[in-house]
Design a protein around this ligand. Structure first.
Ligand SMILES: Cc1cc2nc3c(=O)[nH]c(=O)nc-3n(C[C@H](O)[C@H](O)[C@H](O)COP(=O)(O)OP(=O)(O)OC[C@H]3O[C@@H](n4cnc5c(N)ncnc54)[C@H](O)[C@@H]3O)c2cc1C
Length: 443
């Protein structure tokens, strides 16, 4: 059930949030819990479709802080044990429970998951308005002014709202970064785009490394399956009623292709790739479910200012191979809300809090990028910040990440930075093949 929206959009508020995805809704919840009044404007009617169905168990600590874990558990999303990668003829398996995680990763329908989070924000007191499109943000004065179009009625109405802080959680629209010219597309050898779609009646790979019928989901937990292919890599994520399959492809490979040609390429790759072709043998592709996102890796040079914060995908996006996106959104939201709460208490330190938040976000971004896009052919990563994060991680969490860095050929820079931080030798010396997750075969 979707909670109703209030009718009238106020003309003033303390914090205005653009976007109701995980970044926007979680910041709304944190702020209202701290007693701060929040207005959130979201252009779509929820539930709305979104890609990014694999959640690593790290997200639970944020769900606990938001007070939404019980609602997530009650929804009955599919629990996964970990991941298997078949990358350049090597197969690796990771199992979260071996690294101290007592709760599972999840495979979620993002329309349902995001709607649940946004409803939770409303239930905590956030004023949420769907179908309201932000057009521009004037950051020139101390109190930003946001211009929007309210599309809920037939005659679209324009309005403005003034606030102390604006949080841009508009996802890859990256409204503020685009407006300020701080968004940079990553353009190096690792320049990818994504194509994804949905199948009915796919089989899946279980934690026992065997192929299973979907009817066995309650008895054998699935893994998120990732496979490299000649043009990039593929994911296979089984959900309750359908299976999400996506290709990450070098941009050059698809240049000049029209929609129909992209769809043929997608279907053909799925039909040829080892393991995936077997999983999808008796599955049917859901017509019109193919999506396409070009130039999807980017970063912003400045995510936080005295009166604005860009968070989640509005601050940058690397690559989904390690399922970091939603977790990154939750993390950004938590540190941003801390910075805003403290700034409201001590306004003379506002600039300092914004800078601290910027460092934290760049640190996390650099960490994700080192792990999943090894090539730093352009700037956007501060190695020293990544080194300090590596040194601060709990040993088991670090071990899991070091093992993840063995699963693909993307993490060379990560290993170099881990050596610089003095953590690589310490951990890898204790790891044998088996604990590195190397397995010799699948079913
Ligand atoms: C191909 C691909 C696969 C991925 N796979 C994974 C995965 O397996 N696991 C994972 O954790 N992450 C994954 N991600 C990343 C994940 O989808 C994102 O990191 C996550 O959705 C970011 O959340 P967000 O709240 O920042 O943005 P979003 O979820 O994009 O939400 C932004 C919201 O802002 C709204 N909005 C935009 N413009 C305006 C406007 N002008 N006015 C009002 N509202 C506006 C949009 O309607 C949207 O609802 C993947 C991403 C891609 C591209």
């Amino acid at each position: 059930m979707t909670l109703p929206c209030t009718e009238n959009i106020p003309s003033k508020c303390t914090v205005l949030i653009i976007g109701g995805g995980p970044a926007g809704s979680s910041s709304a919840t944190h702020l209202v819990k701290a007693g701060i009044d929040v207005v959130l404007l979201e252009r779509s009617k929820f539930p709305r479709n979104q890609v990014g169905e694999s959640l690593i168990p790290h997200f639970w600590k944020f769900a606990d802080q938001l007070g939404v874990s019980e609602k997530i558990e009650q929804e009955g999303f599919i629990k996964k044990s970990g991941a298997i990668t078949a990358w350049d003829n090597k197969i690796h398996q990771t199992d979260f429970s071996k690294y101290g995680y007592t709760r599972p990763g999840l495979q979620v329908e993002r329309d349902i998951f995001d709607n649940l989070l946004l409803d939770h924000s409303k239930s905590q007191g956030a004023q949420v308005f769907n179908q309201v499109v932000v057009k521009d943000i004037n950051l020139a004065s101390v109190n930003p002014v946001i211009r929007y179009i309210d599309t809920r009625k037939e005659e679209n109405r324009e309005g403005t709202i003034q606030c102390r802080f604006v949080i841009d959680a508009s996802g890859h629209s990256a409204m503020i970064a685009n407006q300020l010219g701080t968004k940079n597309i990553i353009s190096t050898e690792l320049n990818f785009l994504s194509l994804w779609g949905y199948f009915k009646h796919s089989r899946y790979i279980g934690c026992d490394r065997k192929s299973h019928d979907a009817s066995e989901l309650n008895s054998v937990a699935p893994v998120t399956f990732v496979s490299s292919h000649k043009d990039g890599w593929l994911w296979h994520i089984i959900l309750r009623e359908k299976t999400s399959v996506g290709l990450i492809v070098h941009t050059d490979r698809l240049s000049g292709m029209n929609k129909q040609q992209r769809e043929s390429y997608f279907k053909q790759t799925c039909a040829e790739l080892p393991y995936v072709k077997d999983l999808l043998k008796n599955a049917s592709f859901m017509e019109n479910s193919l999506n396409y996102r070009p130039d999807y890796s980017y970063y912003t040079t400045q995510s936080c200012g005295e009166n604005y914060y860009c968070i989640g995908d509005a601050a940058g996006f690397v690559d989904p191979v390690f399922s970091h996106g939603v977790q990154n959104s939750f993390y950004n939201a938590a540190v941003t809300c801390l910075a805003i709460t403290e700034s409201l208490k001590t306004p003379q330190k506002q600039a300092r809090y914004a800078q601290l938040c910027e460092n934290r976000m760049q640190q996390f971004y650099g960490f994700s990028r080192a792990l999943s896009l090894g090539d730093f052919g352009c700037n956007g990563v501060n190695n020293q910040l990544v080194v300090s994060l590596m040194k601060a991680l709990p040993p088991l969490e670090l071990e899991l990440i070091l093992i993840a860095s063995e699963m693909t050929n993307r993490s060379d820079n990560f290993k170099k930075i881990a050596q610089q931080a003095g953590v690589w030798d310490r951990i890898s010396a204790n790891l044998k093949d088996q604990s590195l997750g190397l397995v010799h075969s699948l079913y």
